[in-house]
Ligand binder design. Structure first.
Ligand code: SAM
Length: 232
């Protein structure tokens, strides 16, 4: 039985597999890392929710050379891959098994940046709102939350369009979608995406400012906001 978000039965095939079924996967990661206002050499403390095999984590640690990251995920299998991949970054990365929003974020006012990629859409609407509140508390004043995720369209024809786009993407990678999903034992029966509009409103209700959606490709979007600076 797979945990929500593991996607593949065998986590060793996650990296090549996810690129075949998530269009513009690297571009989505780049968009997440382009949002924080900090300089590349700033010492920033980062929390990553749903780090998986550590792809985004490695890109963050490379781009922000003085950053340190707490990378959290509920999957032992995914974290085993992340541990191998992130070993080279030494004590700049802590890997912890745990679930959000239950176990993480677990502190307040600690992080300059909270990021997540393709993970939060597994939560129900209520859980997403609880998570946004907890992320707000976990940030330092002025800190940013950036989420790159699957979103839902209210208009059924746009959902159909997104499905067709993904099928075409998989085909362009040399597979028929059904054949791919079967061969790689891939599925995500736990998906529960919400609309971008709802999530931007929930961020506002959690107290975030500068709420923005910076990138979108069909039903994938990168969005977030800033915890306001404390008033002087
Ligand atoms: C599709 S993968 C994305 C991994 C990585 N962020 C990336 O961009 O490739 C989703 C990850 O989120 C994790 N995940 C999903 N729901 C979670 C939750 N509630 N708590 C902790 N981890 C979760 C899964 O175990 C999985 O590793």
């Amino acid at each position: 039985m797979k945990k929500p978000g593991e996607v593949f039965e065998d986590s060793r095939v996650y990296d090549p597999g996810i690129e075949a079924i998530v269009p513009r996967y690297d571009e989505l990661h780049d968009a997440i890392l382009n949002v924080p206002p900090q300089e590349r050499t700033d010492e920033i403390r980062v929390l990553e929710l749903g780090a998986g095999t550590g792809e985004l984590t490695a890109k963050l640690l490379t781009r922000f050379s003085e950053s340190s990251v707490l990378a959290v995920d509920h999957s032992e299998k995914m974290l085993a891959e992340a541990e191998r991949k992130l070993e080279t970054f030494g004590d700049r990365v802590d890997i912890e098994q745990g679930a959000f929003p239950d176990d993480h974020p677990a502190s307040s006012g600690e992080f300059d940046l909270v990021i997540s990629s393709l993970a939060v859409h597994h939560l129900s609407a209520e859980e997403k709102r609880t998570l946004f509140d907890a992320v707000f508390d976990a940030l330092v004043p002025g800190g940013w939350f950036v989420n790159g995720d699957v979103i839902h369209f209210d208009a059924p024809h746009l959902e159909t369009l997104s499905d067709a786009m993904i099928k075409n993407w998989v085909r362009a990678k040399g597979w028929e979608e059904e054949e791919f999903m079967e061969r790689w034992q891939a599925s995500d029966e736990y998906d529960d995406p919400d609309t971008l509009t709802d999530q931007l409103v929930w961020l506002r209700e959690s107290g975030f400012d500068s709420i923005t959606s910076i990138w979108q490709y069909y039903n994938f979007a990168v969005f977030g906001g800033q915890r306001p600076e404390d008033p002087r």
